[in-house]
Design a protein around this ligand. Structure first.
Ligand code: HEM
Length: 475
């Protein structure tokens, strides 16, 4: 009991831990695995105290406390805990890394870009991406790992959703190389992210930039596209069109505080740039694990193929937005895949005003970091019995309704929930439907324990693979 009480106090926990970011720097483990060790070690407590170098931190275990942090009516937990130098690092001035009123106003103005109606208009781009992807798989190097193939697809899909389609295959976009470099893991990136997280003041004082390598190229590309669109009377329904719409509406203004932001090309470029970072790898991870699990479970693959074939037949070969949206089994498989392998394994917040968490009446002081262990919650047998078994039926309507809220968080939840969850789902489902119409999948890694890359938030597979096998379609 003593130890459990100690764990409730982040400050006192300082004496026991070397610090979670120190462990991240020195151990060969992904950050979500380190957070998960603390989650698993102290079952039954509402939070577990640790430190991030000198800053107190809490691993939040109970759904009630998760709710308060992500979706509660206070604004004390809306900060991501990362302070970048948005004034000198223009690409870091994006929705994920913004905080306070700047974040609130930008989020408000960007939210309408992802309505169902906008996605429906954009669907023709996703459909073309899916078709181009099938051709790409047929010609790709045999030795290319499936995760890399999916990463290339997701980079191509995001780039064409931002900048539009050209006459060539979307898999040949000139931005693809940059998009892939931006998301490739590297030691320098790990160090920068650790520095931003652990010594934010030093990071600001030194005016360090996270995304300096891509600044000129990306802002220039965005400016060129926006200027060309101003002269184009045909609407393309991609993000460039939507950015132009925002610019035409003029200065963005918060009605309550009067705070204003100019929708400059740089600000639009920062949001688009972040869509690449946010969109490519998580989507590739989710698609990878859907196909990997299908390769492990031929009976499920058969059922999914049947749904895909039926959908194609009902649409007479030309898949529609409405048809994709109502594919139930694909939805369940995708949901279960993101449960077992949530692409973002932990969510981070920083407390900006002294507050209290309801479960356990835990006082949280300003400056405390909060880690929500998404991967561990998704693998807790209390919420998901037999958690290491892949079972899409966990996502039938009845099963979903029987679980406590805030125990399924692949896209986060509450005030800072993924802005583009619907977009991402549609894009992944469209890619998967095209692939599964033409390919089966098989793997020799079914029994292998999965290892993950050492990354700050992602759950990225390091040691398993599968291959695409052409189907013989009976038409
Ligand atoms: C499978 C794919 C994706 C997954 C699993 C995913 C997951 C997430 C998660 C976990 C967060 C943090 C939520 C929180 O802190 O509560 C997030 C934030 C965000 N995501 Fe996604 N995401 C995906 C794809 C995308 C795509 C494609 C885009 C853009 C086109 C996008 C845009 C954003 C934005 C703008 C935020 C920041 C929201 C804010 O701070 O207000 N995401 N996403």
């Amino acid at each position: 009991m003593d130890e459990i009480m100690t764990r409730l106090s982040a400050k006192r926990a300082k004496r026991y831990d070397s610090g979670i970011f120190w462990d991240f720097l020195t151990k060969d483990r992904a950050f979500f695995e380190l957070v998960g060790e603390l989650y698993d070690k102290y079952p039954g407590v509402p939070v577990v105290g640790t430190v991030s170098f000198l800053t107190p931190a809490l691993v939040v275990r109970s759904p009630e406390n998760v709710r308060q942090i992500l979706a509660g009516d206070t604004t004390s937990f809306n900060h991501r805990g990362i302070d970048v130098n948005g004034d000198v690092d223009p690409l870091a001035d994006n929705l994920l890394l913004m905080n306070g009123i700047r974040w609130k106003l930008t989020r408000q103005k960007m939210t309408p870009l992802f309505t169902a109606a906008k996605l429906k208009n954009m669907f023709y781009i996703m459909d073309r991406n899916g078709r181009d992807f099938v051709d790409y798989i047929r010609t790709k190097p045999v030795s290319q790992k499936a995760f890399d193939t999916l990463n290339i697809f997701c980079a191509a899909a995001i780039c064409s959703s931002i900048f539009g389609l050209g006459t060539k295959s979307s898999m040949d976009s000139p931005l693809l190389d940059m998009a892939r470099k931006v998301v490739a893991p590297s030691l320098a990136k790990t160090l920068k992210i650790t520095l931003v997280n652990t010594f934010p003041t030093l990071f600001r004082l030194l005016k360090l930039k996270v995304f300096v390598d891509y600044e000129d190229f990306f802002i220039d590309a965005m400016k060129k596209v926006l200027r060309a669109r101003e002269l184009d009377s045909v609407r393309k329904h991609d993000f460039a069109d939507l950015c132009l719409e925002l610019q035409r509406n003029g200065t963005m203004k918060d009605a309550t505080s009067g705070y204003e932001i100019e929708p400059t090309d740089e600000l639009m470029a920062a949001q688009a740039f972040f869509f690449i970072i946010a969109g490519v790898e998580p989507s590739a991870t989710a698609m990878f694990f859907v196909l990997f699990e299908m390769a492990k479970h031929p009976e499920m693959l058969k059922k999914l193929h049947a749904e895909v074939d039926q959908t194609f037949e009902e649409c007479k070969g030309d898949i529609t937005y409405e048809a994709i949206v109502k594919m139930e089994y694909l939805d369940k498989v995708l949901d279960e895949s993101m449960r077992m392998y949530p692409p973002i394994g932990s969510l981070n917040r920083k407390c900006t005003k002294n507050d209290v968490l309801p479960h356990g009446n835990i006082k949280v002081e300003e400056g405390t970091l909060l880690f929500i262990p998404v991967y561990s919650i998704h693998h807790d047998p209390i919420y998901y019995p037999d958690p290491e078994t892949f079972d899409p039926e966990r996502f039938s309507l009845e099963a979903r309704q029987s679980r406590p809220k805030y125990t399924y968080l692949p896209f986060g939840d509450g005030h800072r929930v993924c802005l583009a969850a619907r977009f991402a789902r549609l894009q992944m489902k469209t890619g998967l439907v095209h692939v599964l119409r033409h390919f089966a999948v098989r793997t020799g890694d079914a029994g292998r324990p999965i290892k993950y890359f050492k990354l700050p938030v992602q759950v990225t597979p390091a040691n398993v693979d599968f291959e695409f096998v052409e189907r013989k379609l009976v038409r």
